[in-house]
Ligand binder design. Structure first.
Ligand SMILES: Cc1cc2nc3c(=O)[nH]c(=O)nc-3n(C[C@H](O)[C@H](O)[C@H](O)COP(=O)(O)OP(=O)(O)OC[C@H]3O[C@@H](n4cnc5c(N)ncnc54)[C@H](O)[C@@H]3O)c2cc1C
Length: 416
């Protein structure tokens, strides 16, 4: 069924009786060509591009809970491609281009809103670093725009420009950045994959792998064994736990990241704004809530809730750049388990076990990567070679020294 204005009109006139379920609820088959573990954004996008771009339809996505129950439905919805390093920037710009056409491509309203992202800077040194970043963005075909404090005062007069500790000296805009409705992204990909024959199986937890003589032949699940020619792991915060059942130890730690939303307010924020002297990022949802977040809690955990010190730290960041936020009432907060890699960058790679593939280590930047991650992972699964924009996202990069240390802060997950 194609969604269109005409369809809404027709259904409105006929009692809305013609709408179909957005995806089927199939029983797992005993065997597939490709089994994808994890029905988050990345797993579903992989299934979608496998079916649409690479013609693989005998595919299953196994999700232990329900679609959208993981980080895809918990993030602060920011999309952007304002990276610096060659291993990252072209990949995130590819993702940005896929975002720009996502709704037409999937025929699903994912509420992609290119309302801009602004990274504030507070020192001259930080400005120079942002100029360098802007040039790297131009080289990868992205857009970037430097604004001084006077220009920002005209556009965003509510910011605390003369803050005694962190005066705002300007900012780097990416006007094509913005937000997308996170769970609708999962639903759109699920619908697109399902309509091309992919089986999306919810409440199906993978508990182990069938590995014989160095080859992965399938998976064990709480709904029985399923054979597969290729098994693609894509479980974000559960990466270490799932890969441990295949005997692999990853350069990944699991940490909790919190997010917050206020009561609905009249439109006040035109786009996404990030604080440059601490960790705070904020946007306004279409319902009017200010959606914001900050740093990870900083200890290893699989809990989907965090603690008060980070709440305080995030609130301090917000108050430093826009004191008016102190008058908004907080409605909800929640957490998600992040697969923090040691250099802050992800993996899309084969493992040393034949037929077993791994996608993870997205830290807290994986939402914006969803389309490109799905596309590149599908490419790897279909052709057995990395997509040209994801060649550095390898599992052996810590051994070879080719790390992608975007922030240049070293090999500790809590620094990224
Ligand atoms: C609070 C918060 C804010 C964030 N903000 C942003 C942001 O603004 N911008 C951005 O780019 N990124 C952001 N992120 C990061 C982003 O959400 C994640 O990097 C990304 O969603 C991870 O990929 P995913 O969607 O596939 O993960 P998930 O949705 O977590 O998918 C993994 C799935 O695997 C399933 N699974 C796990 N184990 C098994 C198993 N054994 N068998 C079967 N299924 C299994 C899980 O149930 C889950 O559904 C944020 C994350 C959080 C938590």
């Amino acid at each position: 069924m194609r969604y269109s204005a005409f369809r809404i009109f027709k259904e409105g006139l006929t009692g809305n009786k013609g709408w179909k379920a957005v995806w089927r609820e199939p029983e797992p088959k005993p065997e597939y060509d490709i089994v994808i573990i994890g029905g988050g954004g990345h797993g579903l996008a992989t299934a979608y591009y496998l079916a649409k771009e690479f013609g693989h339809r005998n595919v299953a996505v196994l999700e232990k809970g329900w679609l959208g129950s993981g980080n895809i439905g918990r993030n602060t919805t920011i999309i952007r491609s304002n990276y610096l390093l060659p291993g990252n920037e072209p990949f995130y710009e590819m993702s940005m281009k896929l975002w720009e056409n996502l709704e037409q491509d999937t025929n699903y309203n994912s509420m992609v809103s290119q309302r801009s992202i602004l990274n504030l800077f507070h020192t001259d040194g930080q400005r120079d670093a942002f100029v360098r970043r802007a040039n790297a963005m131009f080289l990868a075909g992205a857009d970037a725009e430097l604004a001084d404090a006077a220009a920002l005062r005209r556009e965003l007069p509510f910011l605390d420009f003369d803050n005694a500790r962190f005066p705002i000296k300007g900012g780097l805009f990416q006007r094509r950045g913005g937000t997308a409705r996170h769970d609708a992204v999962a639903w759109g990909y699920a619908r697109g994959a399902d309509s091309r024959g992919v089986d999306i199986i919810q409440n199906c937890e993978v508990t182990g792998f069938d590995i014989q003589n160095g080859k992965c032949l399938g998976v064990e699940t709480n709904r029985g064994a399923i054979k597969a020619k290729k098994v693609a792991v894509c479980v974000a915060g559960s990466s270490s736990r799932v890969m441990a059942t295949a005997g692999m130890r990853l350069p990944i730690e699991s940490h909790v990241l919190q997010a917050f939303v206020t009561e609905g307010l009249k439109p006040v924020l035109p786009g996404v704004i990030t604080f440059g002297a601490g960790h705070f990022y904020v946007s306004q949802s279409d319902k009017g809530g200010l959606v914001f977040g900050g740093d990870i809690d900083g200890y290893n955990t699989y809990a989907q809730r965090g603690n008060l010190p980070v709440v305080e730290d995030v609130a301090e960041g917000g108050m430093a750049i826009m004191p008016m936020i102190g008058r908004a009432r907080l409605l909800r907060s929640w957490g998600g388990v992040m697969d923090m890699s040691m250099d802050g960058s992800p993996f899309i790679d084969k493992t040393h076990i034949d037929g077993l593939y791994f996608n993870g280590g997205w830290c807290y930047g994986g939402f914006k990567a969803t389309p490109a991650s799905g596309y590149c992972y599908a490419h790897l699964l279909a052709k057995d070679e990395p997509h040209p924009t994801a060649t550095q996202m390898r599992l052996d990069r810590f051994r070879s020294g080719n790390i992608i240390d975007e922030k240049g802060v070293g090999n500790q997950p809590n620094l990224h």
